[in-house]
Design a binder for this molecule. Sequence first.
Ligand SMILES: Cc1cc2nc3c(=O)[nH]c(=O)nc-3n(C[C@H](O)[C@H](O)[C@H](O)COP(=O)(O)O)c2cc1C
Length: 214
Amino acid sequence: MTKVLFVKGNPKSTEQSYSLRLGQSFIDAYTAEHPSAQITELDLYEDHIPLIDAEVMTGWGKLAQQTELSHHEATKVQRLGELVDQFLASDLIVFAVPMWNFGYPPMVKAYMDAIAVAGKTFQYTATGPVGLAVGKKAVIAEARGGFWSSGPAVGMEHSQSHLRAFLGFLGVTDVEVLLAEGFAFDPSKGEEILAEAVARAQQAVKAQPVAATI
Ligand SMILES: Cc1cc2nc3c(=O)[nH]c(=O)nc-3n(C[C@H](O)[C@H](O)[C@H](O)COP(=O)(O)O)c2cc1C
């Protein structure tokens, strides 16, 4: 059975968000094609995603020294461990994310910080870094107000390019990016832009070989 992790990186409700609707459309198409897939949702604005703050840093230091963590330190460190284990247990990770100020909302970065764990998802070797989260696929469903995928402004884009490079660092190199651009240019075209991206999402599902560990 394919384990799919649907990561929602937007504080809006699905109805009000093009990126969440696009991501949900991919999930719906995937489920229709692979009815036995197990879908788990992770809402980065509703579920507990600890920031790597002073308590986490202190907690990690205490773990290394084998001294007792405070309740808050232990809670955050344990939750970070759960998040990386959930990521590692997934075959397909689907991100639904809006472009915000050329990158992604801060909770998406918090999630990236949570799952980048030396010895679990990557390791440094004598010949350089090696990703340990191999054999997975990822899909990035991203909505943008403007157009940043081509032309002179392409260098301003630090959203999918960052997440894609980051996933590659962890060993997830099979990444499909589903972009929906230009929502702010002509709001009357919003549904049309989304419908075109949803059609690409449905095609992507048809083109997907079933994930490795079924
Ligand atoms: C805080 C914020 C920052 C944004 N920054 C950008 C940006 O840098 N580039 C862009 O093209 N659109 C930007 N937008 C517009 C969103 O990408 C656009 O509204 C998109 O549809 C958001 O996806 P959503 O409908 O899923 O929320 C921004 C929107 C917000 C709320």
